[in-house]
Design a binder for this molecule. Structure first.
Ligand SMILES: [Zn+2]
Length: 537
């Protein structure tokens, strides 16, 4: 669907990708022969040989070339490695499944990591990751820290802390911040940006206690760095009016602040981009979302009474495939409030049309497995032995490739939405590592996904959610082959950090008066010649 994250990126910054001079001839680390090279940025689409050396694409030619490792890509497409901007399961087994799905860079821009531990999060990955990795500074974790007073050890990232934090109480999402609490949250978020986080991750759609003013101030911290705020929008899932209102809030803040952001209110985004604003939306090709059962929007007063859903048809236990009813919902909510659920809400018939939308980014929203955090499977756990989960984590990109074939969506559009579009938007925020990825061009980083356009497809389903995608036989990360003949190679960890440089001091200035419980930007005088009542909250 149209997912519910909103992002903005720095206005008016135009990134120029740095290209190094191509090698004149041979002696490559890896050579990819006879593949159909596709580059979304230039529109190039033709059969070429590709020479990789020192982690870069050093030559694209129709002349014969040789290298230490030769891959015959006859009949296959050679595409920029897929970039997933909404990836929560930042662990070796999660990355392994993502590689099978063609992903070379996986970043959590929606939930992110706990600000003060952003540097540690990157250190944890250094030299150990099979894909390029990145994270943002998490609003939810900062809020959980302040409102629930969890120790720092309990707050790290979505794979670890969403479950722990969300199970710790209700203040993290219900309580309106005081001045002191608000300033402390902003300071924690700022600390993550200072440590090089890619932007701010906000799940405000789960946090009714966050006032409009809070969200404005959160985005303001991101704006101080020119970095995007990615948002699971307020009122999502909601009505045809409230959902777009949630997007409008974030986009209006972003533009007022000159900050970067995203959500798919497609026309709004396209028009804003046409005016030079760096805003974008992401989609994934499924009719159901996945979340924890205590999501405020899943409460009966919203989910059933306002939105007209029935639990019996829309709320599924991923482990068993059973659907909930009201009684079971209430019981599980009370006993285990962070239990993961699959929630059907979108029209599956519309998915091929979403894939056609110009400028969208495909992202998986891959979540950690529905199990205890200290009992996580390892890289070696067979796919079949993993507990069941939403199929998106293993199959997002494979599904898009299959749907493109079945519905005549141009392959270049699918590849752009899988790789280049995210790189372009993020590169335009000044993120150097994204200026040299998402492009199949000489001089660019050799993150390369080699796929069979005739067979590439998802195999994961709602009942068998962890079956890997097939038809993507080779994946290179930073010039190193990580997926070889459809096998993910053990202990090959060329992943690099996707990160801004760390800084000595943060940029947040504490607020001097209490705005947290105040009406948002209530004008002392009318607007447009009319007196506009600000209304009750
Ligand atoms: Zn998510």
């Amino acid at each position: 669907m149209v997912k519910n994250i909103l992002w903005t990126a720095l206005l008016g910054t135009v990134a120029v990708a740095g290209c190094s001079a191509p090698e004149a001839s041979g002696d490559f680390d890896v050579v990819i022969l006879n593949g159909r090279v596709m580059d979304p940025e230039t529109g190039f689409d033709g059969e070429r040989n590709v020479g990789v050396k020192g982690g870069r694409i050093s030559l694209i030619t129709d002349e014969p070339i040789e290298g230490a490792r030769m891959i015959d890509a006859s009949g296959l497409v050679v595409a920029p490695g897929f970039i997933d901007t909404h990836f929560h399961w930042t662990r070796p087994i999660g990355y392994k499944l993502a590689l099978r799905d063609g992903v070379t860079t996986a970043m959590d821009l929606e939930a992110g990591a706990y600000g003060p531990r952003v540097g540690e999060w990157y250190d944890m990955h250094a030299g150990r990751s099979q894909v390029n990795y990145g994270t943002s500074s998490g609003h939810e974790f900062a809020r959980t820290k302040v409102m629930q007073e969890l120790p720092d050890e309990d707050l790290l990232d979505a794979s670890y802390s969403v479950v722990r934090g969300r199970a710790s109480g209700t203040a993290w999402f219900e309580k309106v911040a005081t001045l002191e609490e608000g300033n402390e949250m902003l300071r924690l978020i700022d600390d993550g940006l200072r440590q090089g986080a890619l932007g701010i991750a906000s799940t405000v759609g789960y946090i009714p206690g966050a006032t409009a003013r809070e969200m404005f101030e959160v985005q303001k911290v991101g704006a101080a760095y020119g970095r995007p705020t990615a948002v699971h929008l307020r009122y999502t899932p909601g009505t045809v009016t409230t959902e777009p209102n949630g997007a409008q809030e974030i986009l209006a803040n972003a533009i007022a602040l000159g900050a970067p952001g995203w959500q798919l209110v497609q026309e709004l985004l396209v028009r804003m981009r046409e005016q030079g604003h760096n805003v974008w939306g992401e989609i994934y090709p499924y009719a159901a979302g996945m979340t924890t059962i205590n999501a405020a929007f899943a409460r009966p007063e919203n989910w059933v009474e306002t939105l007209g859903n029935r639990y019996e048809e829309t709320m599924q236990d991923p482990a068993t495939g059973d659907f909930y009813d009201l009684e079971r919902y209430r019981r599980v909510l009370a006993e285990a409030p962070a239990t993961q659920i699959v929630l059907y809400k979108m029209d599956p018939g519309a998915i091929p049309d979403w894939c056609r939308l110009p400028g969208v980014v495909f992202a998986s929203d891959a979540m950690m497995l529905p199990m205890a955090w200290d009992d996580e499977p390892t890289w070696d756990t067979p796919y079949d032995d993993l507990p069941n989960t939403h199929p998106r984590l293993a199959g997002t990109h494979g599904t898009c490739l299959r749907l493109a074939r079945e519905h005549d969506v141009p392959l270049m559009q699918i590849i752009a939405a899988s790789s280049y579009n995210a790189a372009k938007y993020l590169g335009d925020t000044g993120l150097e590592s994204m200026k040299v990825r998402g492009r199949l061009q000489e001089g660019m980083v050799a993150d390369i996904t080699i796929l069979d356009p005739a067979t590439a497809r998802d195999n994961s389903t709602y009942l068998e959610g962890t079956r890997p995608t097939t038809g993507i036989p080779y994946v290179l990360v930073n010039g190193t082959v990580v997926v070889d003949d459809s096998e993910v190679l053990r202990d090959v960890t060329p992943g690099q950090p996707i990160r801004f440089p760390a800084e000595d001091a943060g940029r947040f200035e504490p607020l001097s008066f209490d705005v947290w419980d105040a009406r948002f930007l209530a004008a002392p005088t009318g607007f447009g010649g009319l007196d506009v009542p600000t209304g009750g909250r």
